[in-house]
Design a protein around this ligand. Structure first.
Ligand code: C2E
Ligand code: MG
Ligand code: MG
Ligand code: MG
Length: 285
């Protein structure tokens, strides 16, 4: 087609590319508006102690109900937020919302007294010391302690952060805020760099947990053993089957989350979960 119009004419955008670029721009604009109007929602996925079956905390997961596109999954807008700088106001909103919700649960329900909340952060947030001040404000406003909050950062982001050496990690530690390495195993760092991470918790990516169904335990076992030797607790992500659970218990993995226990829940459903759950093991027998 372009050729027919002459050599100097290039078709830079085909219709699909044009639509993708337009969609992106629209998502960016709509997201900006959604943040301003607080049209976003947090869902909460239970994190369970594998030895007792009890609820230990929740991971906060962002949900965006777009006015004309229904639900947009984080995978489709977090990268856009990161590229456009919207991730900063978005993350602050998420941190505030998650901390206020946890505080409310602690005030309302005695069984929530020791629960913690995990919040996902992008690398950008840890690049800047500003995060520490914002976090201190949020903790002060809510009256939560640092230890009530855990920040999840992916493996590749974490490597970038330790290379920066800007003191953010040390200050977070001083506040007592926990650090988790998320999706461990899929990044490009290797087990050999694990000792450089000053983290508290390692979350094994669900792709490894799923292999437990085929008795491929070696990798998970190696990660858990090394993590324990380095003094980290381990969370298994994406537990879906009883078989996965049994193997993880044998491997002395401390914590787990996944559809076997519960999908991410909206605020009301999470509140019900707090009120009704004794132990996953009692309720499932
Ligand atoms: P993640 O932090 O690893 O979160 C776990 C993802 O796995 C969630 O997807 C959760 O719904 C899903 N999941 C949990 N249990 C199971 C299971 O048993 N089976 C399967 N197949 N999936 C399970 P979600 O909510 O779509 O989030 C995807 C990713 O988006 C997150 O991965 C995280 O990296 C990012 N994300 C989510 N919320 C936030 C946020 O508030 N801020 C930032 N920066 N990133 C976020
Ligand atoms: Mg996470
Ligand atoms: Mg994860
Ligand atoms: Mg993941």
């Amino acid at each position: 087609q372009a050729k027919a119009k002459g050599k100097s004419c290039y078709v830079i955008f085909n219709p699909e590319m044009k639509k993708a670029a337009f969609d992106r721009l629209q998502i960016e604009n709509d997201l900006r508006q959604a943040i301003e109007e607080e049209n976003l929602q947090l869902y909460y996925q239970p994190i369970i102690s594998l030895s007792t079956g009890k609820l230990m905390g929740f991971e906060a997961l962002i949900r965006w109900s777009h006015p004309s596109r229904n639900w947009i999954i984080p995978h489709d807008f977090i990268p856009i937020a990161e590229e456009t700088g919207l991730i900063d106001p978005l993350s602050i909103w998420i941190l505030k919302e998650a901390c206020h919700q946890l505080k409310k649960w602690k005030v309302d329900y005695p069984q929530a007294a020791n629960l913690v909340i995990n919040v996902n952060l992008s690398a950008q947030q840890l690049r800047e010391i500003r995060l520490i001040h914002q976090l201190m404000n949020i903790l002060e406003q809510t009256g939560l302690e640092g230890k009530d909050l855990k920040l999840e950062i992916t493996e590749s982001c974490f490597l970038e952060v330790i290379e920066k050496q800007n003191g953010v990690v040390e200050q977070l530690k001083a506040l007592g805020v926990g650090l988790c390495i998320d999706d461990f195993g899929v990044g490009y760092s290797s087990l050999s760099r694990l000792h450089e991470f000053s983290i508290d918790i390692l979350k094994i990516d669900r792709s490894f947990i799923h292999r437990l169904d085929n008795n491929q335990t070696a990798i998970v076992q190696t990660i858990i053993t090394l993590a324990h030797n380095l003094g980290f607790n381990v969370v298994a992500e994406g537990i879906e089957t009883q078989k996965q659970l049994e193997q993880l218990k044998q491997l002395k993995c401390e914590l787990g989350q996944g559809y076997l226990f519960s999908k991410p829940l909206d605020r009301n459903a999470a509140t019900q979960y707090i009120c009704s759950s004794q132990s996953f093991y009692n309720t499932s027998i």
